[in-house]
Design a protein around this ligand. Structure first.
Ligand SMILES: [Zn+2]
Length: 411
């Protein structure tokens, strides 16, 4: 087999997906493999054995991130990285993160079988704690790698039982010795399920991910006036909940006007004093809005403020919006995106460019390594759910695009 018609083994890839899905497997067909638990240790042990059997050299950094390297002809070249995460949500699926790691393993096995030597080394990465389900926040190891998260702070994060991240790392024996961030990569490519419905709706096999949405998180409060539900006429009320309702619909309209990339969510709402016969005097709520374009995100911010100003005046309430978190959009590296697109085209897969609404390790590495992502469809766009599902064909297509992209980059 030559490089140009080299493809991965779909059955072998599917076999590893199904085999590892039993580690932390749930009765409903999902996986519960929270980071740094016994289940995580077992899948890491499986991964370590598999990469060693493939002749790769395994290194582990102080955050527990695992790096398995296949040497290149030219050791002076920076390795090309691919990878994702093996940890899951408590009721997670079989593909989120896992596909990116196991497809990387399949790429390594395919190169071995074909006896192909690349110029640059290739490194397969299993990032620790992408999900953030046990220890918040998520993407913490790639965050430390990229210099965006402080390592000592990360080590002190506690789970619901008060166990510290660093102690959990020791407990499963995966605190490595290698300083975090010392490895320099020439590129990083992450294959992932889309976790949304667009590819499936448009019947496309491959998403060439060009950007990740920026997100703004705010804690908000509407202040009105509490008064009696029976004796206060409608025209003199300063009902915080009704003002909130109007504001919520305005937020939805603003997101739609900036769609399909613009999205906004109010996930938590609390009306006070929470009494059946008292007009709510205060409503506290969260606001999360996102867009892959900085200017559009700013337009959304301005429109949200304008809606708040109008509603405040009309309803004689106060609306406070505390934007405490602002993550700018990330644009993936154009040349790596180009390599992904070229690979999809050469393999004859249907594809489109797409943006990521979710966070990924690749979003963090993008600030220090030229990075891109490959998406494949998942059924009904469902993820973070035991029902999460992707087809054998789509997983194989994603792995083939990963293989070809890595070959282009590694030379
Ligand atoms: Zn993921």
């Amino acid at each position: 087999m030559t490089r140009t018609n080299l493809t991965i083994d779909p059955d072998r890839l599917w076999g590893t997906l199904m085999e590892t899905a039993e580690i932390g497997g749930t009765p409903k067909g999902g996986i519960c493999r929270l980071t740094l638990t016994e289940e995580d240790r077992r899948v890491r042990d499986w991964f370590a054995a598999a990469v060693r059997a493939a002749g790769l050299e395994l290194g582990i950094d102080q955050m527990g991130t695992m790096y398995a390297t296949r040497p290149g002809r030219d050791p002076s070249r920076k390795p090309i990285a691919m990878g994702s995460h093996l940890d899951t949500q408590p009721t997670g699926g079989k593909f989120d993160g896992i596909l990116g790691v196991l497809a990387g393993l399949e790429v390594m096995r395919t190169l071995n079988d074909a006896g192909i030597e690349t110029e640059a080394p290739i490194t397969l990465v299993n990032w620790t704690n992408e999900e953030g389900a046990r220890f918040a926040p998520g993407m913490v190891a790639s965050g430390v790698y990229a210099g965006e998260v402080d390592q000592a702070w990360a080590m002190e994060r506690e789970d619901a039982e008060g166990i510290k991240f660093g102690d959990a790392l020791d407990a499963i024996g995966y605190r490595g010795t290698e300083p975090v961030g010392q490895r320099c990569f020439g590129a990083m490519v992450e294959l992932h399920i889309e976790q949304g419905p667009i590819l499936e709706l448009e019947d496309k096999t491959i998403g060439v991910v060009t950007a990740a949405k920026g997100s703004i998180w705010a804690d908000c409060k509407v202040s009105g006036r509490e008064s009696h539900a029976g004796s206060t006429p409608m025209n003199v009320r300063r009902d915080a909940l009704m003002a909130f309702a109007e504001f919520a619909l305005a937020v939805e309209r603003i997101a739609r006007e900036n769609g399909p990339d613009g999205v906004a969510t109010i996930g938590v709402v609390q009306a006070l004093p929470a009494s059946r016969n008292t007009i709510p005097g205060e409503v506290r709520f969260t606001l999360d809005y996102r867009h892959p374009d900085t200017a559009a995100l700013e337009r959304m911010t301005a429109a949200i403020d304008e809606a708040a100003t109008t509603i405040q005046a009309e309803r004689k309430v106060e609306i406070a919006i505390d934007r405490f978190w602002n993550k700018p959009p990330i644009h993936f590296d154009e040349s790596i995106c180009g390599a992904v697109q070229k690979s999809a085209a050469e393999l004859g897969y249907s594809y489109r460019t797409i943006t990521s609404g979710a966070g990924h390790d690749a979003v963090l590495t993008a600030s220090v390594v030229p990075t891109a992502m490959i998406f494949v469809p998942c059924k009904d766009g469902i993820s973070h759910n035991e029902a999460e599902s992707a087809t054998r064909e789509d997983c194989a297509a994603g792995a083939n695009v990963l293989l070809r992209t890595v070959l282009q980059l590694a030379g």
